[in-house]
Every structure is written in structure tokens, then in C-alpha cells.
Design a protein around this ligand. Structure first.
Ligand code: NAD
Length: 265
């Protein structure tokens, strides 16, 4: 598979449900990977590197909290030195936590969501952009909560709407150099971010100990297609399209992958 032959991609949140799938999918298509995540994900990140290498590609792992611009720049720069170039930035890391009505959100929860989901994305794009040349592609992972409001997630939804403005503006700034900037907006995706007891309890407040299946029934009612969620690889395929030359004249857009969640009437 050669859609990204010999390109180099940096992926943040690389140890998570979706980040891992992005690393693997881009590597399957010929890319070397700079996989960045928090230090506490070291074991998971090593497993990601093993998978990438299993695809015959190189993988440099780096530890950085995307709220820390210096650590992030160091991780990106180290990867670029080792792999020789950078063509693709996938700003994927994010958090979805402390769900509840806006008036009950603490200042800390609000600030953490904005610091990671917005400022961290800006740090990521800034750390990568200077390495990109013509043909470069930046893909920011947003959310359907960045397309319409999200229940009990004001902080998350505000941060995910904000990255659309970041992407549209940077698309204008970098376009003249042949660098594209787009967002991908997943609906519900089968990763630890939503497959956990806390989210099940928010989805099924009527049950004392709701299960994955109980949550799936609620989520399946929200989509047009008959599934409760999509798989991480479905988002990775959208990231791959936007990273590859197949989308060479696509910039400044929002690509929604949500089984019809945002369009259901
Ligand atoms: N899972 C979903 O249903 C869903 C839906 C829409 C959008 N998204 C978005 O997709 C992206 C990936 O989510 P996921 O489902 O894979 O989540 P996940 O929780 O499985 O993985 C998130 C990864 O980001 C890393 N991370 C968190 N904070 C970080 C920080 N400050 N610095 C560096 N890394 C950090 C985590 O360590 C983890 O590896 C996120 O931006 C999320 O908002 C997820």
C-alpha cells in the first residue's frame, strides 16, 4: 500500500484508541510515524511502535503533554531529526471528562478542556507547521460536538468548535505554501473515551449499573445508520484521505464521520 509512501507523520494521543489506529493505518500506507503521548502511556506507545514496525515502517516515540509547548516541540523535532522530514500532522489528542450541565462545571474542568483540546492542538500545529513543505497536510481531530452543541459537555463542545476556527484560519495562512489544513469530526467511536462506566452512567441515568450494551441502545437511537458507534479505523480512513494527495485540493473543510449522528431528523 503506497498512498503515503515514505512520508512522515506525527500523531498526538498516539497511545489512545484512535491515535493507535491512525498510526497503524498511515503506516500501512507507507508512512513513518512520530508517535507522541503522555509519559504514563509508555507501554501502550511501545505497542504502537511495534505495530508500525510490523508494517515495515519506522516509528519514533516521544513523550509530551501537549499543554507543554517546549516538551512537544522537542518530541516533534527529535522525530524529524531521526526520520528526516515531516509531511503530515495529526492533532488527535484530546479529553472528554467531567460531564455535566454548564452551570455545574468547575473552573478547573473548563480550563483543562480548553488547555488540551484547543491550546494543545495549537501547540501541536505550531510545532509541526515549520517542518512542512508543499504537499504537507495538517489534520485536526475535532468532534460532532464541534459541529453542533453537545449535551452536558459545554467545555468540550466549545473547545471542539474552536479548533474549526483554528483550522480555517491556518488553511488560509498556509495554503499559499501548498500546505492544507482540515478537520475530521467523529461521532461516537469505540474507544476508552466513551466505552467506560462514567459515560454509560451519563447515558443511562435510569439504571443503577449500566453496561456497554445499555449505552449502545441509547447511542444507536441517535444515528441514521444502524450502529451505536463507528470503529477507530473509520476515522483513520478519513485522516488518511486528508493526509494523502487524493485530497490535494481539499483544505479548510470539516469532514464528519458519524453514521449520520448530526443529520438525523
Ligand atoms: N471516542 C469518541 O467517541 C470521540 C468522538 C469524537 C471525537 N473524539 C476525539 O478523538 C480524539 C481521540 O480520542 P480517543 O477516542 O482516541 O480517546 P482516548 O482517550 O482513547 O485517547 C486519547 C489519547 O490522548 C492522550 N492525551 C490526553 N491528554 C493529553 C495531553 N494533555 N497531552 C498528550 N496526550 C494526551 C491520552 O493519553 C490518550 O492516549 C480526541 O481528540 C477526542 O476528543 C473522540
Amino acid at each position: 500500500m503506497t498512498r503515503l509512501r515514505d512520508r512522515v507523520a506525527v500523531v498526538t494521543g498516539a497511545a489512545g484508541g484512535m491515535g493507535r489506529a491512525h498510526c497503524r493505518r498511515l503506516a500501512e500506507e507507507g508512512a513513518d510515524i512520530i508517535a507522541v503521548d503522555l509519559a504514563e502511556t509508555a507501554d501502550a506507545l511501545a505497542a504502537v511502535a511495534y505495530e508500525v514496525e510490523g508494517c515495515g515502517r519506522r516509528c519514533v516515540t516521544g513523550f509530551a503533554d501537549i499543554r507543554d509547548p517546549l516538551a512537544l516541540e522537542e518530541a516533534v523535532n527529535t522525530g524529524v531529526v531521526q526520520l528526516g522530514r515531516l509531511d503530515i500532522v495529526v492533532a488527535n489528542a484530546g479529553v472528554y471528562a467531567d460531564l455535566g450541565p454548564a452551570w455545574e462545571l468547575s473552573d478547573e474542568s473548563w480550563q483543562r478542556a480548553l488547555d488540551i483540546n484547543l491550546t494543545g492542538v495549537w501547540h501541536t500545529v505550531r510545532a509541526g507547521a515549520g517542518h512542512l513543505g508543499a504537499g504537507g497536510s495538517i489534520v485536526i481531530v475535532g468532534s460532532t460536538n464541534g459541529v453542533k452543541g453537545g449535551a452536558r459537555a459545554t467545555h468540550y463542545s466549545a473547545s471542539k468548535h474552536a479548533v474549526v476556527g483554528l483550522a480555517r484560519t491556518m488553511a488560509n495562512e498556509l495554503g499559499p505554501q501548498g500546505i492544507r489544513v482540515n478537520t475530521v469530526h467523529p461521532g461516537s467511536v469505540a474507544t476508552p473515551m466513551i466505552l467506560n462506566d462514567s459515560v454509560y452512567a451519563k447515558l443511562r441515568p435510569d439504571l443503577p449499573n449500566p453496561t456497554r450494551e445499555d449505552a449502545a441502545r441509547v447511542l444507536a437511537e441517535r444515528t441514521i445508520l444502524p450502529v451505536p458507534w463507528v470503529e477507530p479505523v473509520d476515522i483513520s480512513n478519513a485522516v488518511l484521505f486528508l493526509a494523502s494527495d487524493e485530497s490535494r485540493y481539499v483544505t479548510g473543510i470539516e469532514l464528519v464521520v458519524d453514521a449520520g449522528l448530526t443529520q438525523k431528523v
